[in-house]
Write a protein that binds this ligand. Structure first.
Ligand code: NAD
Length: 503
């Protein structure tokens, strides 16, 4: 039996129960269908086959979940942080124990290749461990004495949180938001993406098996325009942690205005990788390829624009083209596969539409530029060359295995091109000149920049974007800044003068 066949066998075992019961909501520790009884079909991007039915929830389901999260909040907030820490570590243990199930289900549900997803499950466990360890210090504050007062600060959890996640690496991104919220002492209502509901359900089960009290974490499935919208409008939900498209972020901000929602947005990107002629070009090539073609290019931090110095462009692009043509597209459960199918039909259509847009705009399709002639939403890894920065392929987030290469002459040109987009999530700079690296990163408009490196996540560092790429930062203590309120308490240390009115 091949590894692919073995993986398919295991997958079928894991999915059998979802086929039978569907993916239900979980509210207050109970499995519940949508109150209307409605469901929608979840299918696999691999072969468009049916996976399971999913609860199609609306405002009444969100209300029930928000009530459960509100009721569970005081006890969870007041539980000693060392107890919360133990539960969060147990969740991490549970993720590790079920990592294979999570990885296989995630691949089938999203089309992501197993070689990346097996690590994504373990990264989810690391997220829980990192914030578990930080939980006991989450409320720590400062001592800011003045001549008359002992001023102290502390932090308190803000309350029930709405977490709304997208379909790209949905498991890892859910842990990324939910772990710090729970560590801070908040309760959660999670609305996962409608295209990838399976692993959110597995994660929730792991949490309750680890001893998380009922109602602390509630799962409500459904579409953005009904379940998602209702969550952002609910008065008992104090903040929304959202990962998704920039235009959805803008809608959420409007929807949350009446209830003055605090928002944390991780949004889209059109991230540049800038390769100067003095760079270690072999490493730059490996990193540029990895950052756009891994995870099917469905990655917010992908290096979707290659800015390459003209003096080395021909040689660099010819090596790049050969490598792109060599990328293994295939079944996501085959361990050899590097690029799998895109998440769903609409997104597949969107990505493919850029092949014509590129031609109309006058760019060259140096590699790929077509779909695979087989079932499933497969596209060939694609490279556009000869692009100009005002073309749509250089400005818009395509969110597939598609790279747009733009040549530049000088450092000033590179900076101008890099910054002339609406987004500002990440940037990757390749040069051996440390002074140039400092000068360039200082002016590059991005929330996160790596020099001579691909994106290597380090949990204590801030993660997030500028411009249309987001609001707020995750990681380290920044996560707690979002999920908690600062409180100042001033205690008089003597009989200071109090102005007397009406005396
Ligand atoms: P999306 O915005 O379409 O959907 C994300 C989530 O929002 C889904 O759960 C969806 O149901 C929900 N939603 C949609 N409309 C809503 C509404 N009106 N109110 C409330 N919720 C609503 O995004 P997507 O297509 O699922 O994901 C891809 C996008 O996510 C890309 O733009 C990508 O760059 C971005 N992303 C950003 C980061 C980051 O860290 N910056 C990480 C991953 C993905």
């Amino acid at each position: 039996m091949s590894e692919l066949e073995t993986n398919l066998d295991k997958l079928n075992t894991y999915l059998a129960r979802f086929k039978e019961t569907g993916v239900m909501n979980r509210i207050g520790g109970q499995d519940v269908p949508a109150q209307s009884g409605a469901t929608f079909e979840n299918t696999s991007p691999v072969d468009e086959s049916y996976i399971c039915a999913v609860a199609k929830s609306g405002a009444t389901d969100i209300d029930a979940a928000a009530q459960a999260a509100k009721a569970a909040f005081p006890a969870w907030r007041d539980m000693p942080a060392t107890e919360r820490k133990k539960i969060l570590h147990k969740i991490a243990d549970g993720i590790v124990a079920r990592a294979e199930e999570i990885a296989l289900c995630e691949c089938w549900d999203t089309g992501q290749a197993l070689r990346f997803m097996s690590k994504a499950a373990l990264r989810g466990a690391e997220n829980f461990r990192f914030f578990a360890d930080k939980a006991p210090a989450a409320r720590d504050g400062q001592h800011l004495p003045s001549p008359t007062l002992m001023n102290i600060t502390t932090r308190t959890p803000i309350g029930p949180i709405g977490v709304i996640t997208p379909w790209n690496t949905p498991f890892m991104l859910s842990t990324w938001k939910i772990a710090p919220a729970l560590a801070a002492g908040c309760t959660v209502v999670h609305k996962p993406a409608e295209f990838s509901p399976v692993t959110a359900r597995i994660l929730m089960e792991i949490a309750e098996e680890a001893g998380l009290p009922a109602g602390v974490w509630n799962l409500v499935n459904g579409f953005g325009e009904d379940a998602g919208k209702a969550l952002t409008e609910h008065p008992d939900i104090k903040a929304i942690a959202f990962v998704g498209e920039s235009k959805t972020g803008s809608m959420i901000m409007k929807q949350g205005a009446d209830t003055l929602k605090r928002v944390h947005f991780e949004l889209g990107g059109k991230n540049p990788v800038i390769v100067f002629d003095d760079a270690d070009l072999d490493r730059a090539l490996d990193a540029a390829i990895f950052m756009i073609y891994s995870l099917n290019g469905e990655r917010c931090t992908s290096s979707s624009r290659l800015l390459v110095q003209s003096s080395i462009a021909d040689d660099f692009l010819s090596k790049l083209t050969a490598r792109v043509n060599n990328i293994r597209v295939g079944h996501p459960l085959d361990p050899q596969t590097e690029v799998g199918p895109l998440i769903h039909k609409t997104h597949f259509g969107k990505v493919c539409s850029y092949f014509d847009i590129a031609k109309q705009d006058g760019a060259t399709i140096a590699a790929g530029g077509e779909a695979l002639d087989q079932p499933g939403y497969y596209v060939k890894p694609t490279l556009f060359t000869g692009a100009k920065n005002d073309m749509r392929i250089a400005q818009e987030e395509i969110f597939g295995p598609v790279l747009t290469a733009i040549p530049f002459d000088t450092e000033e040109d590179a900076l101008e091109i890099a910054n002339s987009v609406q987004y500002g999530l990440t940037g990757y700079v390749w040069t051996q000149d440390i002074t140039r690296a400092l000068r360039f990163t200082n002016k590059l408009e991005a929330g996160m920049i790596w020099v001579n490196s691909e994106n290597v996540r380090h949990l204590p560092t801030p993660f997030g974007g500028v411009k249309a790429s987001g609001i707020g930062r995750d990681g380290g203590d920044w996560s707690f800044e979002f999920y908690m309120e600062q409180k100042h308490i001033g205690l008089a240390i003597g009989q200071h003068h109090i102005p007397r009115l009406g005396a």
